[in-house]
Write a protein of this length. Structure first.
Length: 664
């Protein structure tokens, strides 16, 4: 009932909130979009205005160059001595020193260079200059942005060609390049006229754009002043030779100006190839800017470079984020107020149902029937009576079921434990019976096979020994005869193991025929002394942990020696002759346990389950009888042998043998 009341209240609240939440989500996303559009739109408008201002400043640079040329031309026209190389060069140099111009050259009316302000020897004007010199001699003045080879500039002043070189920016990655030996400059030319207005020559000169940091700094200061954001200049300006920055205020991470870096491919496509003005965000070296690019063209209409101004996008992103957060806070506040109002209204509407639910919960907890009172109407009175009768009946039935359930659980647990014990006993008996039957059959087969193999093997070995007596050392065939003898000896050992195994299986239950007092600790030490004669123990570390109070037991010392020699040899071979071999003896009740542990690679579970089966082996030269014989010997002594192993965790064999405490 309480859950029903909460569900109704929740539904009423949800119905009231859903339209409000939907409206607020729409308002939030629409508001975020409008805020973003307004902020970025205003920033782009500013960048567009900044580009217009930058273009005006760039054009003013050309006008200043032309004004300087006109001043020099008026002086040249009024002085015939100006044409002389000595006096004229000095006067031109004075213009270079006083005005923002990098080179200035005077020609005669034939277009031949007579004086250069740099003092360089007269020579023909560069090919790129010749067209505009001819226009000046025709009485026209020209201002243009030109792209010229360094050789043309070197004629005017060798120092300028060196100063104009732009190298690829180190560390700027694939977006850097040099200018390929070209120079961009603002060029101007005008006629020189005498007092009668006759053209007597021409003047031409220009300002380098390459490395013209003063010009881009002036443009940047004019547009953005010294405003900064998080330690970085807010705005930037750049002049491009084609797509390479040759004058810029943009800086690399190490503080150097990003000269030699390139504009992005997308912008280059639009500005340089399509000759369009770009007003949009763009990647500038290593950050995003709100940018404006305008192509720079020569008089022939060819795009030779670009003018750029831009604002860091980061301040506007931060402003957009702050505005969005404020809007989100307003929306969340409105949502919280709406939720509170809706929840209050829902509680008022759901109060009668909640009271009924609380009464029902009281009855469910076992309260008396008096806790649920009538509601003042016939329907609620009948409901009250039914609830009281139902809870009383449920309580009685629940108690009865609880008692029956507890009794049943106890009986089931007892029967289950007894059944599990019987199953385990039956399983062990079945396994032991199957093993004994299999081993008995294999024992009989092994005895027959061993006897059948021994006779021909003895003949082969005897003849081989006679052959070896006839063959001297180094004689042909002796090596093969020795190998035959070695293999027949191995066959003899295998048949010996088969006979030993068969004899173990044919001995009836009972103690060994030979009973000797055996000191296990002494027996193990004696075996360890002799073991190096059978296997290399140089890199094997032996650790002993003997129970020095271990009593002697009665058994066949020779058979027990065979068991432990086999286990120790297997352990050393498992470690490939290198590792730690740990031996321990412990006494528990009437049993002495011997544990032989190696730190070799261990065995797979499927191998460990079959390790005592006759003829099962994982070694290339093994017969699979050693552990099976050992198992039979230990079992014949009334003991057990177990193995504990896991891949990469070593192997431990534990032999447990009984002793008679009454003899000690």
């Amino acid at each position: 009932m309480a859950a029903l009341g909460r569900t109704i209240r929740s539904r009423i609240t949800l119905v009231a909130l859903l339209p409000l939440l939907a409206t607020m989500i729409v308002v939030f996303f629409l508001g975020s979009y409008l805020i973003d559009a307004w902020i970025i739109g205003e920033a782009q408008k500013k960048v567009r205005r900044d580009l217009e201002a930058a273009r005006a400043e760039y054009d003013r640079q050309g006008e200043e160059v032309l004004d300087t040329l006109w001043d020099a031309a008026r002086l040249a026209g009024s002085s015939s001595s100006f044409i002389s190389s000595g006096f004229g060069a000095g006067r031109l140099q004075s213009f270079l020193d006083q005005d923002p111009i990098d080179f200035l050259t005077l020609t005669d009316e034939q277009g031949r260079v007579t004086v250069r302000g740099s003092g360089s020897p007269p020579s023909a004007p560069g090919n790129e200059f010749r067209t505009y010199v001819d226009a000046a001699l025709a009485g026209q003045s020209v201002v243009a942005t030109l792209l010229v080879p360094e050789a043309d500039l070197q004629r005017e002043n060798p120092e300028l060609s060196v100063r104009a070189r732009i190298e690829a920016a180190a560390g700027a990655g694939v977006h850097s390049a040099d200018t390929g030996g070209r120079v961009m400059l603002v060029f101007a030319a005008c006629p020189v006229k005498d007092a009668h207005g006759k053209v007597t020559g021409s003047l031409y000169g220009g300002v380098l754009i390459n490395h013209n940091l003063e010009l881009v700094d002036r443009i940047k200061h004019l547009a953005y002043g010294d405003e900064r954001f998080e330690g970085r200049s807010l705005g930037s300006a750049t002049l491009f030779l084609e797509d390479v920055r040759v004058a810029t205020t943009v800086r690399l991470d190490d503080g150097r100006r990003a000269l030699g870096t390139r504009m992005s491919r997308e912008v280059a496509q639009a500005v340089l190839e399509e000759q369009k003005t770009w007003i949009d965000r763009a990647r500038v070296v290593d950050d995003w800017y709100l940018t404006a690019y305008e192509p720079l063209q020569n008089p022939a209409g060819q795009t030779v470079g670009a003018l750029y101004v831009g604002l860091l996008e980061a301040p506007y992103r931060a402003l957009r984020t702050r505005a969005t957060l404020v809007l989100a806070a307003v929306m969340l506040t409105g949502a919280a107020l709406g939720y509170l109002l809706a929840a209050r209204g829902a509680r008022t509407l759901a109060r009668p149902i909640r009271e009924l639910a609380e009464m029902a919960q009281g009855i469910a907890r076992g309260a008396s029937r008096a806790d649920l009172r009538g509601g003042g109407c016939e329907e609620l009175d009948r409901l009250t009576s039914a609830f009281n009768q139902m809870t009383h009946s449920l309580h009685e039935r629940e108690e009865e079921l609880r008692r029956l359930n507890q009794s049943l659980e106890l009986k089931v647990a007892e029967r289950t434990r007894a059944l599990e014990d019987k199953n385990q006993q039956l399983l062990r008996a079945q396994q032991e019976l199957a093993r004994n039957e299999k081993l008995a059959a294999i024992g009989a087969l092994a005895a027959g096979v061993a006897h059948e193999i021994n006779n021909p093997t003895a003949i082969i070995r005897g003849n081989t020994e006679l052959l070896l007596m006839e063959l001297s050392e180094g004689a042909a065939g002796r090596e093969e005869a020795e190998e035959v003898k070695k293999q027949t000896d191995r066959i003899s050992r295998i048949t010996g193991n088969l006979l030993t195994y068969a004899r173990r299986r044919n001995v009836k239950d009972g103690p060994p025929h030979t009973l000797d007092p055996v000191d296990i600790n002494h027996l193990l030490d004696d075996i360890l002394v002799q073991l190096p004669h059978q296997v290399d123990m140089t890199d094997v570390t032996i650790e002993r942990d003997y129970d020095m109070q271990a009593p002697q037991l009665s058994g066949d010392a020779g058979q027990l020696r065979q068991v432990f020699v086999n286990l120790l040899l297997n352990a050393v071979e498992a470690m490939s002759g290198k590792g730690v071999l740990h031996l321990s003896t412990t006494v528990r009740g009437d049993t002495i346990s011997v544990a032989i542990a190696d730190d070799g690679p261990g065995m797979k579970p499927e191998h460990a389950d079959r390790i005592f089966d006759p003829f099962f082996t994982t070694k290339k030269q093994g017969t699979g009888l050693g552990l099976s014989v050992s198992y039979g010997i230990v079992q014949h002594h009334g003991g057990t042998i177990t193995v504990s192993t896991a891949p990469e965790q070593g192997t431990t064999f534990t032999v447990s043998l009984p002793f008679d405490r009454r003899q000690h």
